[in-house]
Write a protein that binds this ligand. Structure first.
Ligand code: AP5
Length: 292
């Protein structure tokens, strides 16, 4: 699959919050737009119906189009219950769109593996299926988002924010995605996916014993299982997810794309790809109408 990048000469600036106080606007020549003029849209892809919010037309009365000499890279948040397929879809999205994949869970597992103070504390919460405290997670994610590669190529944030306080922290820093993808998967499927998941420690690739088996015996022999991938622990993680998901969704409801994640991974990706393509096309339309 080739790499696709969005490169409008004039772009929208939904990633910058007009309410930001702590985070400097990196592009001072941008105008900020209101979030209130989004309208819902329903499309079909591969027989799957999904809804997303259409970006407003350039002549919407309360809409200020942002004009910038430089292209704004794409910013995406992907969310969903444990084992809903976030990591699997992130691999496909980064292959096509070249975004920097930032997974809160992976950052935390790296701390655990390094046996740092933060890692030791994080592991206690991860083993209980609870959220690791904001003091550890918020700065860790923010710092990764502000690295030059994320700023230049755009980012794909996976598993963050998971609570209203984490979402508020992003808003306070003026960090806002162009689109919020929510993978919707039924609970019985989630448990089956967790129990069968395996990881290749050499390549970082995610497998499933039934749905994505390893390509050969050599890979199969080195696969590992995550310490929180048991039926008992996934139920605790699901409870935590249900306690917090609505609060996070309320922050991003205007830019949410709900995707049916019960299907095969290629079909799930087709829905996401269509949504991201739509965001890119809307940027071109809006940039064209500003240039005219
Ligand atoms: P994290 O690592 O983020 O775990 P999670 O949210 O529970 O999600 P998973 O990584 O388990 O699943 P996934 O959605 O990526 O699914 P995958 O693609 O692998 O977090 C772990 C812990 O860290 C948390 O419990 C918490 O303690 C802490 N933490 C993380 N973020 C935090 C935050 N922001 N704040 C505080 N604490 C935080 O797929 C699963 C399996 O299914 C794979 O085997 C895959 O091959 C298979 N599969 C995927 N898609 C399909 C498909 N379409 N069809 C068939 N099989 C599929």
């Amino acid at each position: 699959m080739g790499s696709t990048s969005f490169s409008p000469s004039i772009s929208l600036s939904p990633s910058l919050s007009p309410h930001s106080s702590k985070f400097p606007n990196p592009s001072p020549n941008l105008f900020l737009r209101s979030h209130s003029s989004f309208t819902p849209l329903t499309l079909r892809s591969n027989q799957t119906r999904y809804r997303f919010k259409k970006l407003p037309s350039s002549n919407a009365p309360n809409f200020l189009v942002a004009a910038s000499a430089k292209a704004e890279p794409l910013k995406v948040i992907i969310s969903g219950a444990p084992a809903s397929g976030k990591g699997t879809q992130c691999e496909l999205i980064t292959q096509k769109y070249g975004l920097v994949h930032i997974a809160a869970g992976d950052l935390l597992r790296a701390e655990v593996a390094a046996a740092s103070e933060n890692g030791k504390l994080a592991k206690e919460y991860m083993e209980k299926g609870e959220l690791v405290p904001d003091e550890i997670v918020v700065m860790m994610v923010k710092e990764r988002l502000l690295q030059p590669d994320s700023q230049q190529r755009g980012w794909l944030l996976d598993g963050y924010p998971r609570s209203s306080s984490q979402a508020a922290a992003l808003e306070d820093y003026g960090i806002r995605p162009d689109v919020f993808i929510l993978l919707d998967v039924s609970e019985d499927i989630l448990v089956e996916r967790v129990v069968g998941r395996r990881l290749d420690p050499l390549t970082g690739k995610i497998y499933h014993l039934k749905y994505s088996p390893p390509e050969n015996d050599e890979i199969a022999s080195r696969l590992t299982q995550r310490f929180d991938d048991t039926e008992e622990k996934v139920k605790l993680r699901l409870r935590t997810h249900h306690q917090n998901v609505d609060a996070v969704l309320s922050v991003y409801k205007d830019i949410t794309v709900k995707v049916n994640g019960n299907e095969a991974k290629e079909h799930v990706f087709a829905q996401i790809d269509a949504a991201l393509t739509h965001v890119g096309e809307q940027r071109k339309v809006n940039s064209g109408s500003v240039a005219a």
